[in-house]
Design a protein around this ligand. Structure first.
Ligand code: 5GP
Ligand code: MN
Length: 344
């Protein structure tokens, strides 16, 4: 994989470019993609963002959202023809082509030059150019740093800055996670300088709930949260029926797992969400406990040390039972000095 700075000269002439990101894109995935999209358009390229699936409505304000091709919304053959025509394919915020499902095979088989920009652990070796940094809090800041390194900081306008700001804000848990270092603050300060309205981006992402979503949150907290004080673990298990009852939309469960992690004394929190494709798992941890290793070992997944995900093809009940057995194996590593005083 060559350094991404070597790509600069390739980008001096207009190219046909695809940008893709992971399944169910979050703000970092979509923000880094649309920030890069708007920049490359300014540079005179032909660019399309293809996402493997749909994403939350609270991301729809990003500039270029209306041009995104959602692969799973009946755009399989359109995506195939766009990939066939592509000279360059950017892969953002994922490190393994499995993460973009069928679209991954199109990318793998394409003769286009592939570029990986990402911060997840253990990248697959499929790219020609790359900028991979597991120490980076977000992919958005890696894309921003690439643009700056290309000497194009002046092209980052308010819209682009807000796309990147959104990615950094959410991947740092609003500047709360341990990945929030000095560089993060320096970059967001630059983005604000470039026009990003930080308060408005935060409102658009966090304070645009539907009433159904808030009622669902109340239901999940009171009925679907299970705590294991002896293991310092808490989880939510949400069925498709639960989701239907609260007219849940894509993105409505985002952030839920953090409520389980916020219980004093918890080391690891999980969210199991039943879907047509299987039971989606989100894992979060505090401190040295590595959830990406657990996700990779038992749930075909991966991610970061303190935030990872995966999938199970067992039923929801069987998945949860399986998980309850797994945590027993990890009881020593899960030990936390803080006792859990209150639990349901
Ligand atoms: P979330 O729980 O928010 O869906 O994901 C947390 C982190 O784990 C994200 O960085 C995400 O990219 C990663 N992740 C989530 N699901 C999967 C998965 O199925 N496979 C892999 N490799 N990573 C995942
Ligand atoms: Mn990310």
């Amino acid at each position: 994989m060559q350094d991404i700075l070597k790509l600069k000269e390739v980008l001096e002439i207009p190219q046909n470019i695809i940008i893709t990101t992971h399944h169910k894109p979050d703000a970092d995935a979509l923000g880094s993609s649309l920030g890069l999209y708007n920049y490359l358009i300014k540079k005179g390229h032909q660019v399309t963002v293809i996402t493997p699936s749909d994403y939350a409505d609270f991301l729809a304000w990003m500039k270029g959202n209306d041009k995104v091709v959602v692969f799973s919304d009946g755009n399989e053959s359109l995506s195939q023809s766009l990939v066939n025509k592509a000279d360059i394919i950017f892969c953002l915020d994922f490190s393994n082509l499995k993460r973009i499902k069928e679209l991954g095979e199109l990318v793998r088989n394409s003769s286009a030059k592939k570029v990986l920009i990402d911060h997840h652990r253990e990248p697959e070796q499929f790219a020609d150019y790359g900028y991979h940094d597991v120490g980076s809090a977000s992919t958005a800041q890696l894309v921003y740093k690439t643009i700056v390194a290309y000497g194009d900081k002046h092209l980052v306008d308010k819209d682009i800055a807000e796309c990147f700001y959104a990615g950094i804000m959410t991947d740092t848990g609003s500047f709360k996670h341990p990945n929030t270092n000095k560089e993060v603050h320096e970059i967001v300060a630059e983005l604000i300088d470039l026009g990003a309205n930080n308060s408005e981006v935060s409102r658009l992402i966090y304070d645009t709930n539907s009433l159904d979503r808030l009622k669902f949150l109340g239901f999940a907290l009171s009925q679907r949260l299970k705590v294991f004080p002896e293991y310092h673990v808490a989880y939510f298990a949400i069925s498709m029926k639960d989701l239907e009852k609260f007219k849940s939309r894509t993105g409505d469960t985002e952030g839920l797992v953090n409520y389980a992690l916020s219980i004093n004394g918890i080391t690891m929190a999980a969210l199991f969400t039943e879907s047509e494709e299987g039971v989606k798992l989100s894992l979060r941890s505090i401190g040295d406990f590595e959830v990406n290793t657990l996700a990779a070992h038992y749930f075909n997944g991966g991610g970061h040390k303190n935030a990872a995900g995966g999938i199970s093809y067992k039923s929801l009940d069987d998945t949860v039972a399986f998980f309850e057995n797994i945590i027993k194996e990890y009881s020593v590593q899960l030990k936390n000095k803080k006792p859990i005083e209150t639990y349901v």
